[in-house]
Every structure is written in structure tokens, then in C-alpha cells.
Write a protein that binds this ligand. Structure first.
Ligand SMILES: NC(=O)NC1=NC(=O)NC1=O
Length: 174
């Protein structure tokens, strides 16, 4: 799907296709739709990034809370969105050893306890070893630094989801 096809979409079709580029936050693509015609993928990304950056801390933390834990309950119960399921599988979280699952569970809850929002990282750009190392390392951050870091990861996830939608022909099958 090229950018002209994106710009020609009705609002409903735009949301149907792009509604989950930020996990479970359709309000973000719904909000940036107003900026079409987009000049390209980078333009869509820039509008999403600007919208997120304009939010108060509580809004940014709300976005983070919409993300499922890595190797968490939703993965176990099959409740993940298709995007998230695919990303967690790619990083190796769908076939963890029981000891790895409990390690992720305890690290995730320690992180959530400390920051009040879940640990978020772009799973497609990391192996499960990278992710466990990052989780441990980022536990040492202060809240503001960690919020900014996690939002940066949300934007990376978004960028990969957008590329997958626009550059592949998956979105053509409306
Ligand atoms: N807590 C998370 O980082 N979740 C996720 N990262 C991804 O890349 N996909 C997810 O579901």
C-alpha cells in the first residue's frame, strides 16, 4: 500500500488498518488522521510522535499501561493482539522454559512496583536475553528517565508496525 492509497482511505478504513500501531491506543491514529494527506511513512510517524510528546506524564504512562507484559498472562491465555503475539513470538517469548517465565514474571512485577507502569521494549529489535538484561538495567533508572525510555520503545514498535502495514501488501486486502 503506497502513501497515496493511505491518503485515499476513509476514516473508518484508516482506523481499521492503523488502529493498533500503538498498542490498544486507537485514539492516536484517530487523532492524527486529520493531518492527511501524509507525505510519507515518516510523516505519519512524526505526527504520532508529536501527539504522544504533547501528552502530560499521565497520558504517556497510560499508553505504557496499554501494553501487555512480555511473557505475561495475556501471552499465556492467548489474549494478545495479533501484533503483540507476533512480536513476542519473534523475540522467543512463546517457548520459554518455566524458570524463564517465572523470572520474567518477577522482574516485570518488580518493575511495575517501582514505576507504576509496565516494562516496555521493542521486542522485534531484541532477543529475550537482551530484553532480560535491559529490564534489569532499566530498573535502576529514575521514573522520568524510564518513562522517556519506554515511550521511545513504544515509538520503535509503532515504526515497525507502520512499515509492516504500508510496505507489505497486507493492508490492500480491505
Ligand atoms: N511490554 C512490552 O514491551 N510488550 C511488547 N513489546 C513489543 O514489541 N510487543 C509487545 O507486546
Amino acid at each position: 500500500m503506497d502513501i497515496n492509497a493511505v491518503n485515499a482511505l476513509s476514516y473508518e478504513d484508516f482506523l481499521e488498518i492503523f488502529g493498533n500501531v500503538i498498542e490498544k491506543c486507537p485514539i492516536i491514529p484517530a487523532a492524527i488522521w486529520i493531518h492527511r494527506p501524509f507525505t510519507g511513512l515518516a510523516d505519519i510517524e512524526a505526527h504520532i510522535s508529536d501527539f504522544i510528546d504533547s501528552l502530560p506524564e499521565s497520558g504517556k504512562e497510560g499508553i505504557l499501561r496499554c501494553h501487555p507484559d512480555l511473557a505475561g498472562r495475556e501471552l499465556k491465555s492467548g489474549a494478545l493482539t495479533r501484533d503483540s503475539q507476533e512480536e513476542q513470538r519473534a523475540a522467543g517469548f512463546t517457548d520459554l522454559q518455566p524458570a524463564e517465565v517465572s523470572r520474567m514474571r518477577s522482574l516485570n512485577s518488580e518493575y511495575k512496583e517501582r514505576f507504576g507502569f509496565p516494562f516496555v521494549i521493542c521486542a522485534r529489535l531484541n532477543t529475550k536475553q537482551d530484553i532480560m538484561r535491559e529490564l534489569l538495567q532499566r530498573l535502576g533508572n529514575d521514573r522520568a528517565a524510564e518513562r522517556a525510555r519506554a515511550i521511545g520503545e513504544v515509538k520503535k514498535i509503532c515504526a515497525l508496525r507502520l512499515r509492516n502495514l504500508v510496505l507489505s501488501d497486507s493492508a490492500n486486502k480491505l
